[in-house]
Design a protein. Structure first.
Length: 273
């Protein structure tokens, strides 16, 4: 049997795709134009996946992600779709099927997080948060299922939140929606395990994204948040989108084929469970 150095040399001769964990897989990332979604799209592109960058209302950012993936030698397209709409989700998957014959990896990352005292939340506001954050996971997973079933293999990764474990003031509708995502992940994993499809969730901590900086432009607020998290987290610094990448690659690759129904907490050691 050849030694490890001979195997490595053979892989180099075969080309870089032999070292890519997601080579030739089709990966759809909802909310892929900015923040965590953007970093996941770029990472999946580096790992050889054909990336679908889903977005709504921000075509320039989505096209920039596509351009960066292509500039690095990867393949990507951008598709505008409201993932809380069954009709738009179905249209998006028809477009993906025309281009690449379905999906192998689905990342349900799209989400909204309005801040409001619980007794001031209207019924329509509650429904909107549930639709974007939780219902969308159901709609996209249902649309992806036929393609994954036909191959006997698939990866569904749902993005929840550390706020589910903490509870969080002024985020009752958001926290409830993210708890629903964890419940959905566990139940769906039971449905799909026998078909070679895994369903897992990732729980980010307080990730400093472009949206956070827009929502809280006051530098004193940012400094207060930084100091608080440095005291609360085991890793004493602000979490950035690229800190999430390794966990997504792991759950999207064959490295996690025997892991399903789980929630992976990636928050710098803020909450431990």
């Amino acid at each position: 049997m050849p030694g490890l150095h001979h195997i490595a040399a053979w892989q180099q001769e075969e080309g870089k795709e032999s070292l890519m964990r997601l080579y030739n897989k089709v990966a759809l990332v909802t909310g892929g134009a900015t923040g965590i979604g953007r970093e996941v799209c770029l990472a999946f592109g580096r790992e050889g996946a054909k990336v679908v960058v889903n977005y709504i209302g921000d075509p320039k950012s989505a096209e920039k992600v596509v351009s960066e993936i292509e500039a690095a030698g990867g393949t990507a397209i951008a598709i505008c779709a409201d993932v809380s709409s069954e009709e738009q989700v179905e249209d998006m998957f028809r477009e993906i099927e025309t281009k690449w014959d379905g999906v192998d990896i689905l990342v349900n990352n799209a989400g909204i997080y309005p801040r409001k005292a619980w007794h001031e939340i209207t019924g329509d506001e509650w429904d909107k948060v549930q639709a974007v954050n939780a219902k969308s996971c159901f709609l996209t997973s249902k649309a992806a299922y036929p393609y994954m079933r036909s191959k006997g293999y698939g990866k569904i990764i749902n993005v929840t939140s550390v706020t589910f474990f903490r509870g969080q003031k002024n985020f009752v509708h958001y926290v409830a929606s993210k708890g629903a995502v964890i419940g959905f992940t566990r139940a769906l994993s039971r449905e799909l395990g026998a078909e070679g499809i895994t369903v897992n969730a990732i729980s980010p901590g307080a990730v400093m994204t472009e949206q956070e900086l827009l929502d809280f432009p006051d530098s004193s607020v940012q400094e207060e948040t930084r100091l608080y998290l440095e005291q609360e987290q085991a890793i004493p610094r602000r979490q950035l989108p690229h800190d999430m990448v390794g966990s997504f690659i792991f759950l999207a690759s064959s490295d996690s084929d025997f892991m399903t129904g789980q929630t992976l907490n990636v928050d710098g050691g803020w909450v431990m469970h």
